[in-house]
Design a protein around this ligand. Structure first.
Ligand code: MN
Length: 295
């Protein structure tokens, strides 16, 4: 099943370019906090599935192109990310990154991106006005957690996965000795975590460890790899994160980027395609507001 968030945090099932609005399965109390509807649905999925299927059967679809798609998970409780998880990516950025000495996500663990940096296919990536800094694309498979848990062993980890989406981990690079801001800030500008175009539930992705992952800037292929090349696979990432703190329903894990990371700028269009998961195309725009400090 493909589950989209759209317009005012409504929820729909996507089939062949059509969208079936199933928002009615979420309790009306969430009308006061609509951005939490999807987290409720993910947490209650086993019980809510029959109602979701009944709602799907009773509504008339609209064209997917007629709605504004929000992030596949518009309000994830956490956005965890693996910093160095494809061998050929290690070292390719030289002094522009804090990820050094060939250490992988296994040694470095995870970092966090701000949940408010997520955006969907109907939005944009915003770079600071007038910036001369380098902003990079990182094409990643996103894992959406269904069942939460603490100390989840890797043998049981896949039972905790709700689904998958394409994720762009946009990043402002450091300039050694000049600009060395914290990573969480450099990766959390508005729109720096596009996730979409919607969630593909885990039952439709039988082998997430063997998916082509490609990214283009303005139609030029920049990144091309397979999720089989991850150093730390999805079960080990879930084991690692849940060994530190509890995972909760709706949490998002960015599983790391392969080689080919490179710059984008305002006016560009960045497109990710992950086999069996979807295709997400994002415009890059410059903010109109002038920042109180230079970025
Ligand atoms: Mn990344």
């Amino acid at each position: 099943m493909k589950i989209a968030s759209f317009n005012d945090f409504r929820i729909g099932i996507v089939e062949d370019g059509q969208l079936f609005d199933i928002t009615s399965v979420v309790p009306a109390a969430f009308d006061a906090l609509p951005q939490q509807r999807l987290n409720w649905l993910i947490a209650q999925w086993a019980q809510a599935l029959p109602a979701a299927q009944a709602a799907r059967a009773s509504v008339s679809p609209v064209a997917l192109a007629s709605v504004q798609l929000l992030a596949a998970t518009p309000c994830p409780p956490h956005v965890f990310a693996a910093p160095a998880n494809y061998r050929k990516h290690l070292g390719e950025l030289g002094d522009r990154t804090v990820t050094k000495k060939g250490r992988s996500a296994r040694e470095q663990g995870f970092f966090l991106k701000a949940p408010a940096s997520v955006v969907g296919a109907g939005g944009a990536i915003f770079v600071p006005k007038g910036s001369a800094r380098r902003f990079d694309h990182e094409s990643e498979l996103a894992v959406i957690i269904g069942k939460g848990g603490r100390d989840i062993p890797r043998a049981k980890a896949m039972e905790h996965v709700f689904g998958y989406a394409c994720l762009l981990d946009a990043t402002m690079r450091i300039e050694k000795d000049t600009f060395e801001e914290e990573r969480s800030m450099r990766k959390s500008f508005e729109g720096f975590t596009p996730v979409g175009p919607y969630i593909v539930t885990a039952d439709e992705v039988p082998d997430p460890a063997n998916l082509a992952n490609r990214l283009w800037v303005n139609g030029e292929l920049r990144q091309e790899a397979n999720t089989s090349e991850m150093i730390v696979d999805i079960p080990e990432l879930i084991e690692l994160i849940s060994s530190v703190l509890p995972l909760v329903p709706g949490d998002l894990i960015a599983t790391g980027t392969p080689e080919g990371v490179g710059p984008f700028a305002a006016g560009d269009t960045v497109t990710i395609e992950i086999e069996g998961v979807g295709r997400l195309s994002m415009p890059v725009r410059e903010r109109e507001h002038v920042s109180p400090r230079a970025y």
